[in-house]
Design a protein around this ligand. Structure first.
Ligand SMILES: [Zn+2]
Length: 300
């Protein structure tokens, strides 16, 4: 059994689908090198699980990110997934995360705060950048006690898709369960509306009985059986998830070129090289003047 997986499932002949995600190593590696308070680690775990769950409807490769920004003790909370979706192959995805906090920050004092209390006045942005096609961004107010409630609002407001999301983390694991009612036209399933209403209600009642421990500990197959054994549910093969940062010396150098020669020259007067740290994975990149010249920066 893989420890880092997302698995989709479908209710046979009904426009109701869902997914279960479990992250262990990829979650821990995403937090490595950071020293966030436990509550921030937990929220980042929820963010990462959500980015994967939100990709449920995508048919092609894309980068999907969730960003909560505000004026509270947490300025930024971000989870990002590179969704590698290849028809006919087993999908594989990679994730990374970052948070920015207001300083100084007393973690112990904030342990019981809700999402909106931590983010303050702010919003949650869902961005999808397909490898081919147009970038999409949806925004909702970060005005809910939890990330799952915020995302449920997003699906209701922006997509008109009834969706329920459960998210849970432990210090070593993040897990999530999403259930969604598809629009009848899109699902290509000629289901009876009243019948679907009943199923949707029943599935939600059943899903609400899952405990945090069960969501963390049970594998998808056992969990689906435990919840929905009276229904015919098709479980897709597990798709692997790993931690991977897409930063590189080349991309970091390109970012410096955008900053401009004036600012970079000022930095080079202070030191013999410009040092850039990746906010996601803490990788360090060093650029001397000659290296920057090689990249195309023109010094006077
Ligand atoms: Zn990086």
């Amino acid at each position: 059994m893989h420890s880092d997986v997302i698995q989709r499932f479908y209710f046979s002949g009904q426009p109701v689908r869902g997914a279960i995600v479990k992250l262990q190593n990829s979650y821990i590696e995403s937090l490595n090198g950071h020293d966030y308070p436990p509550i921030v680690n937990a929220l980042l775990g929820e963010c990462l699980a959500s980015t994967l769950l939100m990709g449920l409807n995508l048919k092609h490769q894309a980068r999907l990110s969730l960003q909560a920004r505000g004026n509270g003790v947490i300025h930024l909370l971000m989870g990002e997934a590179q969704l590698k979706i290849n028809p006919g192959e087993l999908n594989q995805h990679s994730i990374r995360a970052v948070a920015r906090l207001k300083d100084p920050y007393d973690a112990s004092a904030e342990a019981s705060l809700t999402l909106d209390e931590l983010i303050g006045q702010g919003h949650l942005a869902i961005t999808i950048e397909p490898e081919e096609g147009e970038r999409y961004q949806g925004i909702v107010e970060a005005k809910a006690a939890s990330l799952s409630a915020c995302l449920e609002n997003y699906f209701q407001q922006s997509e008109q898709l009834p969706t329920t999301i459960q998210l849970i983390t432990s210090p070593t694991m993040a897990a999530g369960l999403l259930i969604q009612r598809m629009p009848t036209e899109e699902s290509k399933i000629s289901a009876n509306e009243a019948q679907t209403d009943n199923l949707w209600e029943e599935v939600n009642t059943l899903a609400a009985t899952v405990s945090n421990n069960e969501l963390l500990a049970l594998d998808s197959e056992t969990l689906i059986f435990r919840l929905f054994h009276e229904h015919v549910v098709t479980l897709s093969p597990p798709e692997k998830v790993c931690f991977d940062c897409s930063c590189s010396e080349e991309r970091t150098g390109q970012a410096l070129l955008k900053i401009g020669v004036k600012e970079v020259s000022a930095l080079l007067k202070l030191d013999s090289e410009v040092v850039m740290d990746c906010e996601f994975c803490s990788a360090r990149y060093r650029f001397t003047q000659s290296k920057l010249q090689q990249l195309g920066m023109k010094f006077n």
